[in-house]
Design a protein around this ligand. Sequence first.
Ligand code: AMP
Ligand code: GLY
Length: 422
Amino acid sequence: MNILILGSGGREHALAWKLAQSNKVDRVFIGPGNAGTIDAGTNLKLDPMNFPEVKKATLENKIDIVIVGPEAPLVGGIHDFFLNDSELKDIPVVGPDSSAARLEGSKDFAKDFLTRHKIPTAAYKSFDRSSLPEVTGFLRTLNPPYVIKADGLAAGKGVLIIDDINEAEKEVEAILNGKFGTAGQKVVIEQFLSGIELSVFIITDGVSYKLLPVAKDYKRVGEGDTGLNTGGMGAVSPVSFADSAFMEKVKNRIIEPTMKGLSEDGMVYKGFIFFGLINVNGDPYVIEYNARLGDPESEVIIPRVKSDLFDLIDGVAKGDLAGRNIEIDGRFVTTVMLVSGGYPGDYEKGKSIQGLDLIKNSVLFHSGTKNAGGKVVTSGGRVLAVTSWGNTKEEALEISYRNAGLIDFEGISFRTDIGFDL
Ligand code: AMP
Ligand code: GLY
């Protein structure tokens, strides 16, 4: 079996690392990959948004299954592209078609889906330019802070949480006037939920599903979850408060109604579903759906899958996931993200990375790295995820931090408090 993983981050490196360990997998290709994915397979020069380029690479390398890492190609219809192409239609794509990917691609669609299928989520209303005059009235029915979301994909920047009602109104208007481009043709305003967030993942073939390990990521750049939002500064798995009683609620109130809702609405979802949840006094609510795995969550949940991940991927491809097995490693896994100076604002790239060969007892998943003249250099804001195992969360973190201290590049920075709130 030859597998093509689309994407270039830590999530894709973790997928490639795990699949390369399967004796059922012949070759792993990553398109375009990074300086780390070369250790797990073969990088292919391609842009995942350029579907003809993906087609060429798929046929040339005799790919049997394509796994789509990031959301943009899914929302953009890569699965549909395969289904509609006579040479590609029998090559399974792990990742939903564009219709089902609207769960991530449109917040208005997701909120409508959640509400219709009676899945717990914050109260909300959607607005477009024609309903702009009604915004103030709706804001007055809510208590601050106000949660304002651009409808479409906005690279993690489309959510604003604002205390002042006048400022909230102005922001809604700015978004509808194009602040986030076409992502802001509609705006969702919702009730603020107070609680602790967690990330729950399943893999599904459209009929049955398997629960993957639960994780918590740390999104803010600063210690104690302060400062600007990032793609994620670290993650831990398992999550202490996601005990069996809580997970039973997640299954009964969220996962199963979502599966039933997809089926009732005629959507055949093949791939990963990422439930961004919040625990409000012991009850789970959906903050968002994503049509893919999380990053950096993948860097802790994939290492906790003890059984062969290919077995699940193959179950999605063949539509017989119900008969496949998943075995989870009971240990704690943590990851600490090493980022470029200035991230998530402006940062420089091309900094040479030292210490990669000094790492002991951790795995480095590369996010933003590339090879330049035989050297590994930084090429993104999030650079490396340092993943470690331990019998306790503290033990795993101690190993991640010890190894994080051995890596150096100009401007390196990382949070020293991953897992602090659990
Ligand atoms: P989203 O892109 O929808 O996940 O939103 C980004 C972040 O905004 C989430 O991870 C939450 O921290 C926060 N957020 C979104 N919606 C709400 C809400 N209704 N109540 C409280 N916080 C929220
Ligand atoms: N870590 C959050 C995400 O992948 O969207």
